[in-house]
Design a protein around this ligand. Structure first.
Ligand code: F6P
Length: 551
């Protein structure tokens, strides 16, 4: 990977490279000294979401050249093409319209794709989800033995779990206190066993979420759930009262025993990793209620309007996506860290990881040519308070350039103020990442402890923090359904921007099939007795060792 950044061979790419050579040694803290208005210039407020990107290694010239590159790469038209339902998912010949799954709320916003007004279909789906939600909550839909449902279990993996899980965990305080929601995704039998412990099968509804309805892990857990109900005495013909399916593949779902009115469609033009906006929203909608789910949709809709209408220099997802390119393709950053301070957002790093790595983990451009520059980073993260006591050491004194998102609330979800500690840690970490700690500061600190000069001389070098580690800070008033919708849409559009600037297709995922196909082959070899696996010696050795351990 030579990482010469040339996705389009545009003049702006050369100008960016020249500019990089000029400013790559610049210190962020010096930029603040030079320009007291830096914070105002490099921050954006959109309703109750505030983004401060001033602690990044950028100048006004940097942004000007990045905007020029975005202009020349056709970003504006690419954004319009998505919203207008063009088949931008070219290799799968599909439109990409998760945005329509929230714009349908506005009467006048209809989207025509392939000559069909898809808005009507999305509105109908949402009405069906809202109606089903009402019936579960009111108890007009009950289990086989006539009991109302108190447990909702989402069976799905990847985007068929992460979106629902992010919503349910982030908005728990808004949820129906009479409902317990759990998630089963892994084929590890203990995952289902744990989830099914201490709950009453008669009051349990399973939601099987699978866009393809062929995902082995999900079908395995679907089977496990059926067995669990049968073992609890529920009659085979009554199982269908305990299963709902969300899929693009209606035929497979109904063939598996799902009732037609317990089937919810996931649209082909809504990508798996964005399925929360469509059928996969069923589980969180039942938990939160349709009104709260509508607030979530409208938050995303507001960010869509922002993304579609704001000029580049005031457009949050565009600025964030451009700064990403600046780091991955000029500073050679390898990872992107997402650190939410609020525990309720602990799933966000996982959600961002699928959004970014499954969309932009590509190495062929839209013309089918192998590319020689970096695309998606490795996305990681965890709740920031714990991260400060586990991996922040490497951010402060390690050798890797690690851009980070730090997010924290001004109020708790029930509106009280005892989150200052989160804000204090957030702002402190961002400042230390930027300023570091000099030898002189360590010397004075140790001097105050009364340490001897020889000890200080020996120890000081170990306390130096090089600083100049960039971060973008997000603060929000409180984590409401509306804010969460806005935040997720911001990340979706940021990743869309990356994809266009990298000249890659962000909405297919050809790379995931190979591993699944190989797993099927190896699974059958694992089950065959004494057959010599036709594999490389490592895989064959692992298969044989596994079998020996099982004896
Ligand atoms: O294997 C990748 C993937 O297809 C993701 O894109 C998707 O979110 C997940 O697996 C689950 O797929 P499905 O919803 O079809 O079960």
């Amino acid at each position: 990977m030579t990482n010469t950044f040339n996705p389009y061979g545009l003049p702006a790419e050369k100008k960016l490279a020249q500019h990089f050579e000029k400013i790559k040694q610049i210190k962020i803290k010096d930029l603040f000294v030079k320009d007291p208005k830096r914070f105002e210039k490099f921050s954006i407020k959109d309703g109750e979401l505030f983004a401060d990107y001033s602690k990044n290694i950028i100048t006004e010239k940097t942004l000007e050249l990045l905007f020029e590159f975005a202009e020349q790469s056709g970003l504006k038209q690419a954004i319009e093409d998505m919203f207008l339902g063009k088949k931008i998912n070219a290799t799968e010949q599909r439109a990409v319209l998760h945005t329509a799954a929230r714009s349908f709320l506005k009467e006048d916003d209809s989207v025509i794709s392939d000559g069909v007004d898809i808005t009507a279909g999305l509105r109908e789906l949402f009405e069906k989800i809202a109606d089903f939600t009402k019936k579960i909550t009111a108890g007009t839909i009950r289990g086989a033995s006539g009991k109302i449902f108190t447990n909702i279990i989402n069976i799905g993996i990847g985007g068929s779990e992460l979106g629902p899980k992010l919503l349910v965990s982030a908005l728990k305080t808004f949820g129906n206190k009479n409902l317990k929601v759990k998630f089963i995704s892994s084929p590890d039998p203990s995952h289902a066993t744990e989830a099914l412990k201490q709950i009453n099968p008669e009051t349990t509804l399973f939601i099987v979420v699978s866009k393809s309805f062929t995902t082995k892990e999900t079908l395995l857990n679907y089977k496990t759930a059926r067995k669990w109900l049968l073992n609890a005495g529920i009659q085979k013909e009554d199982l269908k009262k305990h299963f709902v399916a969300v899929s693009e593949n209606k035929k497979e779902a109904l063939n598996s025993g799902i009732l037609p009115n317990y089937f919810f469609k996931t649209e082909s033009f809504i990508n798996g990793r964005c399925s929360i906006w469509s059928g996969a929203g069923l589980c969180p909608c039942i938990f939160l209620g349709a009104d709260i789910f509508t607030d979530f949709l409208s938050g995303a809709y507001q960010m869509d309007i922002h993304f579609r209408r704001q000029p580049f220099e005031k457009n949050l997802p565009i600025i964030l996506g451009l700064i990403d390119i600046w780091y991955y393709n000029f500073f050679n950053a390898q990872t992107w860290a997402v650190f939410p301070y609020e525990q309720a957002l602990s799933v966000l790093p996982f959600y961002a990881a699928q959004l970014c790595m499954e969309s932009n983990g590509k190495s062929v451009d839209r013309q089918g040519k192998k590319i020689n520059y970096h695309t998606a980073p490795i996305v990681w993260g965890m709740p920031a308070p714990g991260a400060q006591h586990s991996c922040f050491q490497a951010l402060h004194q390690g050798t890797r350039f690690t851009p980070a998102d730090l997010l924290s609330p001004a109020l708790t979800q029930n509106g009280n103020k005892n989150v200052e500690i989160l804000a204090a840690n957030h702002f402190a970490q961002a400042e230390v990442l930027m300023n570091g700690k000099t030898q002189a500061e360590i010397y004075n600190e140790l001097k105050k402890t009364g340490a001897s000069d020889s000890f200080i001389k020996k120890t000081a070098p170990f306390g130096i923090i090089q600083g100049n580690s960039p971060s973008t800070s997000f603060i929000y008033k409180k984590l409401t359904p509306h804010l969460l919708g806005k935040l997720i849409a911001m990340y979706e559009h940021r990743i869309f921007v990356q994809g266009i600037l990298w000249n890659i297709f962000s909405f297919d995922q050809w790379g995931v099939e190979a591993g699944k196909q190989m797993a099927d082959k190896i699974l059958s070899e694992l089950k065959q007795q004494n057959k010599k696996p036709k594999r490389d010696s490592s895989t064959a050795g692992l298969i044989n060792t596994f079998k020996k351990f099982q004896e």
